[in-house]
Ligand binder design. Structure first.
Ligand code: NAP
Length: 291
């Protein structure tokens, strides 16, 4: 069987263009959408990723402020910066980039990001809103998966969807987004037992575990759509996902590549979320002024 490759690049370009158009409209009203990325690491791949967000933001007409606090920043300094940015009216979106310095707990810090500026859905308040169907920003990676499914007209309502991974940044929010779309969702993790027990009968399998080669052709049916969220950097610097792509190609009905799949859409979504946040904050400001 021939496997359709679900590239994210076209969708990412379309989203980038939408972010650009919306940002231009806001700028005509005197508002420049601005994203702040807080960094506290010298890690090369993180620095590379942050620069890629900066470049994408520039070309979408979104200002990007990199707040680099150095690899020895303390939790107290980081918390103070997140609170200040949350209160800064010219900043509309905030990301706390991981990894953080040893001993600094990201979970304890993300609560300092104001929910209305939490464009990567990191604050537990955002996840709570998502869980009860209230407006909030979903983590961009989780939403990127949904956008890819929509873009390629892959239905999930009433279908058997397996999510491998239960982190608060990918697996859990993604499962909530899928439930919202009436999928029958099964969540697997490191202690759920043999994967094939769940994946063999799945219509859609989404892998977000950070384990190279975790899913191969023996785990899936020939009608399965496979979404590979994993990003693993090999010693030579190249990027691979969690799916044994060579094994799955020719067996699955469709497959996202790595790179060029979920990751490319994620960055564009961060910019779209920033523009949405800027628009919403400016409307809220007008409403408060009128009240
Ligand atoms: P994480 O916090 O480490 O969570 C990994 C999840 O996978 C955990 O729930 C873990 O189960 C589960 N898992 C690990 N080994 C497993 C196994 N052998 N069988 C079944 N489940 C297993 O990672 P994350 O932050 O969610 O990220 C997951 C992957 O997505 C990583 O490769 C990351 O780099 C990638 N990612 C990509 C993007 C993008 O834009 N493309 C963005 C974010 C993350 P337990 O809960 O039981 O430990």
């Amino acid at each position: 069987m021939s496997t359709t490759l679900l590239s994210g690049r076209t969708l990412a370009r379309l989203m980038q263009q939408k972010a650009h158009d919306d940002a231009r409209n806001l700028e005509a009203e005197g508002l420049r959408p601005t994203l702040a990325v807080v960094v506290a690491t010298d890690d090369g791949s993180t620095q590379w990723y942050v620069r890629s967000i900066e470049r994408a933001a520039e070309s979408a007409g979104v200002s990007c402020r990199i707040v680099d606090l150095g690899h020895d920043a303390t939790a107290q300094v980081l918390a103070g910066v997140l609170k200040d940015l949350s209160n800064e009216p010219t900043v509309h979106g905030i990301i706390l980039q991981t990894p953080l310095p040893p001993g600094v707990d990201a979970d304890a810090l993300v609560g300092h990001i104001a929910p209305e500026k939490d464009i990567d859905g990191a604050n537990p308040v955002s996840l709570g809103h998502l869980a009860v169907g209230q407006p909030s920003f979903a983590p961009a990676t989780a939403r990127a998966v949904i956008e890819i499914l929509d873009h390629f007209d892959i239905p999930v309502a009433g279908r058997n969807v397996v999510v491998i991974g239960r982190s608060a940044v990918v697996g859990k929010p993604l499962s909530l987004l899928l439930l919202e779309r009436d999928a029958a969702v099964t969540i697997c993790h490191s202690r759920s037992g043999p994967l094939e027990k769940y994946t063999k009968t799945a219509d859609v399998v989404i892998v977000a575990a950070g384990r190279i080669g975790l899913l191969n052709s023996s785990h899936i049916s020939s009608e399965a759509v496979v979404i590979d969220v994993g990003t693993n950097v090999l010693p030579d610097g190249s990027l691979v996902g969690d799916v044994d792509q060579a094994s799955v190609r020719g067996v699955a009905a469709a497959l996202t590549p790595v790179p060029g799949g979920v990751g490319s859409v994620t960055t564009s979504l961060l910019l779209l979320h920033t523009v949405e946040a800027a628009r919403e904050q400016s409307r809220a400001f007008v409403r408060e002024g009128a009240a």
